[in-house]
Design a protein around this ligand. Structure first.
Ligand code: PEP
Length: 251
């Protein structure tokens, strides 16, 4: 039985006051006990969010981290710093990191190594562009990113410390959600690939989130797909009421 995991990626949004109010709302209205909740604030607010949610089960993480432990990398944060302020997770390979900031599969893999070594659990994002989908390359792209991200990891690490988020680039922030059939199709391929590489025990336990214009109106139909185990949410995670509604999807 996989526990649903719904996470909000706040990207470069909100401010100190609104984040404080958001954390208070999360404290006051805990999610149903069967649902795991995560928030990924801008890194300058990480320590505050960790403190504000310390008495809850809400997972707090960073939106990325660098592969190096320290040094002359202006603007970057090390995995050990994320861990040092008490966060437990990091998102890696988000499409904005890949497409806006030019991170390659190799970069993502190095960051995975650094994050896991620092004791952080990882949400590994994979997803195709619309051009790749229309060219029939969805599986090749998504499974290639998956293989690169997981390369060399021990099965127990994949089981216990990695969540995969399938996020079709054409659905992120566009309002164009993948249909449940489209999401299920790719999620099933991801699980089959992990079963092939790591065995069915690992694949059966792997949490695979869907991301791309998830909102209260469509979360239940997506979560009803057998291989959709959660959601990584951008826009609809910015408002406490909307986020709360996502956590109460119909199962
Ligand atoms: C995301 O950026 O991870 C995301 C899924 O964004 P949105 O929900 O806004 O499409």
């Amino acid at each position: 039985m996989r526990r649903p995991f719904i996470a909000g990626n706040w990207k470069m949004n909100l401010d100190r006051a609104s984040i404080g109010a958001f954390c208070a709302a999360l404290r006051d209205n805990p999610a149903p006990s069967g649902v795991r909740v995560g928030v990924f604030p801008p890194s300058v607010y990480l320590a505050e969010v960790v403190a504000a949610l310390a008495a809850t089960d809400v997972v707090v993480g960073a939106q990325t981290c660098h592969s190096e432990r320290s040094g002359a990398f202006t603007g970057e944060i090390a995995a050990s710093m994320v861990k040092d302020v008490g966060a437990s997770h990091v998102i890696l390979g988000h499409s904005e990191r890949r497409h806006v900031f030019g991170e390659s599969d190799g970069d993502v893999r190095l960051r995975m190594t650094a994050a896991l070594a620092a004791g952080l659990d990882v949400i590994l994002c994979v997803g195709e562009t619309i051009a790749q989908r229309e060219a029939g390359a969805t599986a090749q792209v998504v499974l290639g990113q998956l293989d690169a991200g997981l390369a060399g990891l021990e099965p127990a690490t994949v089981t216990d410390r990695v969540t995969v988020a399938y996020e079709p680039v054409w659905a992120i922030g566009t309002g164009h959600t993948a249909t449940p059939d489209q999401a299920q199709d790719v999620h099933a391929q991801i699980r089959a690939r992990v079963a092939h590489g790591y065995g069915s025990d690992v694949a059966d336990k792997l949490i695979i989130q869907y991301g791309g214009s998830v909102k209260p109106a469509n979360v239940s139909e997506l979560m009803a797909c057998p291989d959709v185990d959660g959601a990584l949410v951008g826009g609809a995670s910015l408002d406490p009421n909307s986020f709360d509604a996502l956590l109460r999807f119909e199962s």
